[in-house]
Design a protein around this ligand. Structure first.
Ligand code: PLP
Length: 292
């Protein structure tokens, strides 16, 4: 519901990244993602709104999963007429692959601007500092007492930016990031690095205590973007009891993590949990067969 139809967490990051691209007089955007990337779809929406070209490098993280005729976000790539898609195999150095597209466009006389995967750099993380401030304002205005925040943790801009925003604004509420592609030993260092990079944009007037970065694993397996039973349970539960759409790749697994932690007794009965909905429902249509 954030805009850049139909929105999602990348909208917050792109608020800052697109402003930077425009300030640098870019005339095309280059970004990357998986075949059902929400980030690519939202970047393309921003490009169309601002009259910029938009080019994708798509990593086929699960071999054989890219199909030009796929539904979901991929359908929207084509509906909004993306300017080019370069498909590369899993494990490709995405920064280098985007650099090659950049070079090609530059030789054609363009001024391309590269947005990293998920829009997760320091500037993109500012979107979630703004989110932290918006939350804080709503806590005051609505008199909400929140005990724990639960958020998805992937390319880390959302989780890292939120941690930086909470630390910088003295919001003393613990955040748990549910990993969508990595367990804590691999995910937490990435999130910590992102949070520190965001703090650096504030000239380090605050520093990030390492222990503020907490994530949980075990809910993303067997692999990023591949379904599992707890995700299917969560997507159906939210749909049937609240009329809220989750998605199979991110929020479904994150909600499964929240439900799992509740069942394990990680939270007290009277505690208030805030679940940050990061979008993604467009991808539902690409997973209809497993959810029916
Ligand atoms: C990208 C994405 C996430 C993860 O956010 P990161 O900033 O990449 O960690 C969560 N939910 C949805 C729907 C997303 O598209």
């Amino acid at each position: 519901m954030l805009g850049l139809s139909p929105g999602g967490n990348k909208t917050r990051k792109l608020e800052f990244l697109i402003a930077d691209a425009l300030a640098k007089s870019a005339d095309c955007l280059i970004t990357c993602g998986a075949p059902q990337s929400n980030h690519c779809r939202i970047t393309l929406t921003a490009a169309r709104k601002e009259g910029l070209q938009c080019h994708f490098v798509i990593e086929e993280r699960v071999p054989g999963t890219y199909s030009e005729t796929a539904s979901g976000n991929n359908f929207i790539f084509h509906l909004m007429s993306v300017d080019s898609i370069t498909v590369v195999p899993a494990g490709t150095n995405m920064a280098e692959a985007m650099e090659r597209v950049h070079e090609k466009l530059r030789r054609l006389g363009h001024r391309p601007y590269i947005i990293p995967g998920g829009g997760s750099n320091a500037l993109g993380g500012l979107g979630y500092v703004a989110c932290a401030q918006e939350l804080q304002q709503q806590f005051f205005e609505l008199g909400l007492a929140i005990d724990h925040v639960i958020v998805g943790s992937g390319s880390s801009g959302t989780h890292g930016g939120l941690v930086a925003g909470f630390v910088g604004n003295n919001i003393d509420i613990p955040i748990v990031g549910v990993g969508v592609s990595r367990d804590p030993q691999d995910q937490e260092p990435l999130v910590y690095k992102e949070a520190c990079a965001v703090a650096e944009l504030f000239n380090n007037v605050f520093t990030i205590p390492r222990q503020r970065v907490v994530s949980v694993g075990g809910y993303w397996q067997p692999k990023y973007s591949l379904p599992n039973a707890p995700m299917i349970e969560a997507v159906k539960l939210f749909a049937t009891t609240e009329g809220v759409l989750l998605d199979p790749v991110y929020t479904g697994k994150v909600a499964a993590g929240m439900i799992g932690m509740i069942r394990e007794g990680k939270f007290k009965k009277n505690e208030n949990l805030l679940f940050i909905h990061t979008g993604g429902a467009t991808a539902l249509h690409a997973y209809e067969s497993i959810l029916r």
